[in-house]
Design a protein around this ligand. Structure first.
Ligand code: SAM
Ligand code: SF4
Length: 339
């Protein structure tokens, strides 16, 4: 059943604010916890313990929940996963979400392996921009990091995205000591050539995979120092709409962002919550604070009750993550909540 607009007290407030005064206007929506890759810092090799289909939110349920969020003031939604493009009929969901009143920005995070097939379709359905994970341009290393990924497929997907006009396109690179730290200069050159934005991310201790990857942790200040030996990085006011701090590479149009959840957290400006495929609302990436919506949706909760539940759940959002003091805190894998 499609959602019908109603007038409720929450509609009049039209704003979600947590108990620390942060405005929440961004939802990351995991449409599947499955993935066709096994990046070693995200999902364990051979992992099969995915959520069963009867527990996946249906497209009707997703549309209803996201419609509630947009009435409460959410303006941006990012589709993620797992790998969002493995969810069947994803373009249909994109069409439905992009029609929601109040939604200004619908984006998608992907590993790009299926973009050659879907880039045009998702653009036409309403995704305006995408983020793509790419840790190396060395084909053998790429397969090693991703378990089974094929670099040529990903590069073809990136070209298809560029041709389809999915812009700006951001490349996300998890910076890892001894894994891809010899590849950063090539990635900078590639992104400058392709007119992409490049962002480096510190590894986070999410799930046992993320914790194991902590031995490869690289403080991004060291990456800045490394790149500055080869290029001229100029601090930039470019915001990119997220927590990255940006530099411009002199003589190019390239902006490079640095996302430092570990060495310099940005929790005081956090504006987002996450909805997993089974309908669990996670209030913080670095914490297990959560609220389960699926049972309520299936028990026939009314629209105004759903608004009230979400307004209350936002108060569970913790002040900050505890990656440094309690690295064992987050049991779930990153693929469940989607980064
Ligand atoms: C979980 S993936 C989901 C979307 C899509 N499959 C992709 O790879 O872009 C989202 C982002 O999380 C990042 N990620 C996964 N595990 C991580 C970890 N332990 N620490 C830091 N980033 C991580 C990935 O590199 C990717 O950029
Ligand atoms: S980072 Fe993305 S592509 Fe890699 S295993 Fe996790 S969900 Fe899949």
């Amino acid at each position: 059943m499609r959602y019908n607009k109603i007038d409720t007290p929450a509609t009049k407030h039209n704003s979600l604010q947590d108990s620390y005064g942060r405005k929440i206007d961004y939802v990351r929506l995991s449409v599947t916890d499955k993935c066709n890759m096994r990046c070693f810092y995200c999902l364990p090799a051979g992992f099969k313990g995915f959520e069963t289909p009867e527990n996946w939110l249906t497209f009707d349920e997703i549309e209803r929940v996201i419609g509630t969020f947009t009435r409460l003031g959410v303006r941006r939604v990012r589709l993620t996963g797992g790998e969002p493009l493995v969810r069947k009929n994803l373009p249909d969901l994109i069409t439905r979400l992009s029609a929601l009143e109040g939604l200004e920005d619908l984006s998608l995070s992907t590993n790009a392996s299926l973009l050659s097939t879907y880039a045009k379709e998702i653009k036409q359905a309403g995704v305006s921009r995408i983020n793509v994970s790419l840790d190396t341009l060395d084909a053998a290393q790429f397969t090693k990091i991703t378990g089974n990924g094929k670099l040529d497929q990903v590069l073809a997907g990136l070209q298809a995205a560029k041709d389809a006009g999915l812009a700006p396109l951001k490349i996300n690179t998890v910076a890892m000591k001894g894994i891809n730290d010899h590849q950063f200069i090539d990635l900078v050159k590639y992104c400058a050539d392709m007119d992409f934005t490049l962002r480096f991310i510190e590894t986070m201790p999410i799930g046992s995979t993320g914790r194991n990857a902590s031995e490869n942790y690289l403080d991004l200040q060291r990456v800045i120092d490394q790149l500055n030996k080869e290029f001229d990085l100029i601090p930039s006011l470019f915001s990119g709409g997220g927590p990255a701090r940006y530099y411009k590479v002199k003589g190019t149009k390239l902006h490079i962002g640095f996302i430092t959840p570990i060495s310099q957290h940005f929790c005081e400006t956090c504006n987002r919550v996450r909805l997993s495929v089974d309908g669990t609302l996670y209030l913080c990436l670095g914490d297990e604070h959560k609220f389960e919506l699926r049972h309520l949706l299936r028990a026939g909760i009314s629209d105004s009750e759903l608004e009230a539940v979400i307004l209350n759940a936002i108060d569970l959002k913790p002040e900050k993550h505890e990656f440094n003091s309690k690295p064992e805190n987050v049991i779930r894998f990153m693929s469940m909540t989607g980064g």
